[in-house]
Design a protein around this ligand. Structure first.
Ligand code: SF4
Length: 301
């Protein structure tokens, strides 16, 4: 334990946190495959719910942590970052992204055992903070005949060379955007996505959707985002303590079904799908026949 780190006093929506344990950056560890309660529907003892640790899965993190965690009053992204919330429970300084260690032998061992044909890259942090490392990981995943699916907010953009490498490896880029994002933020990311498409890559806009109050002008922004081709809708799961809550139509929100217990989660509320014609990301990935849309050809025109 490093006593030089300050003890951070944070309470998340009524959660009791241990104020005496110091918060520390993520430790650098080898990049391995893992699962989460969302992506893996049973744990290693075959129990569907109530599990503590899901050991197997098709997820990996080249980078843990994300400086986007500083946004939205420290909640991280407009919807409230689930990864940041979890990291705080483990006393990690989420806002400091830390690159992990690529040991090709170890990761190849995991990839050879994996039965699914795709790998999610980016769960407990945003891979965009180390594109050099992320592109090496993408290349390794592709060499094992798996589709690399990179989930990012593009806080840092890949340069042209990296973009070409990702396209060569047939990586799918999933870029999360929402109507709360400022116009410049959205436009810059869409430009890179279209550029990636020109290079022959697959880019998907993960539209994090909100049910705004009826006359809110953000409806028009969100509807316009939904017009892009190849959009996946991801209905936001929002806590009442989130500052964006005041813009939302609370009558349309109901508890989300917890990925851990299978029962109603009264802390995070969802309005469900608002654009039924879009691909939706409302289930655990293990149940989702769209597989995050990676099997559907995209045509961003
Ligand atoms: S970009 Fe992703 S990891 Fe970073 S704060 Fe936003 S939701 Fe969290």
């Amino acid at each position: 334990m490093n006593d030089s780190f300050p003890t951070v006093q944070i309470t998340l929506d009524g959660d009791v946190v241990d104020h005496h344990r110091p918060y520390q950056p993520f430790k650098k560890i080898p990049i391995r495959l893992f699962g989460t309660n969302k992506t893996t529907d049973v744990d290693q003892s075959r129990k569907p719910y109530g599990r503590r640790t899901v050991k197997t899965g098709n997820c990996l993190d080249p980078v843990r942590g994300c400086s986007g965690g500083r946004t939205n009053h420290g909640l991280g992204c407009w919807w409230g970052c689930y990864a940041k919330e979890m990291s705080l429970r483990f006393h990690r300084l989420f806002d400091i992204p830390v690159s992990m260690i690529l040991n090709e032998t170890l990761l190849s061992k995991d990839l050879r055992r994996l039965s699914t044909d795709w790998v999610r890259i980016g769960v407990n942090g945003d891979p965009c903070f180390d594109w050099e490392l992320t592109s090496k990981v993408v290349d390794l995943v592709a060499r094992h005949d798996k589709i690399p699916v990179v989930v990012t907010r593009f806080w840092e953009f890949p340069d042209g060379d990296v973009l070409a490498l990702l396209a060569e490896a047939k990586a799918h880029l999933h870029v999360s955007l929402c109507a709360f994002d400022p116009p410049v933020f959205r436009e810059k990311r869409l430009r890179v996505m279209y550029r990636y498409h020109e290079l022959g890559g697959t880019a998907r806009l993960r539209l994090v959707s909100f049910a705004f109050k009826p006359d809110d002008p953000l409806w028009a922004v969100q509807n316009e985002l939904a017009q892009h081709v190849g959009v996946i809708e991801q209905p936001a799961r929002v806590m009442r303590s989130n500052p964006v809550w005041s813009r939302l139509d609370s009558d349309r929100y109901a508890p989300h079904s917890s990925y851990v217990t299978g029962t109603a989660d009264h802390r995070r509320l969802t309005a469900g799908s608002l654009y039924p014609l879009l691909l939706q990301c409302v289930t655990g990935c293990a149940d989702c026949h769209h597989q995050c849309g990676t099997r559907v050809p995209v045509d961003l025109e």
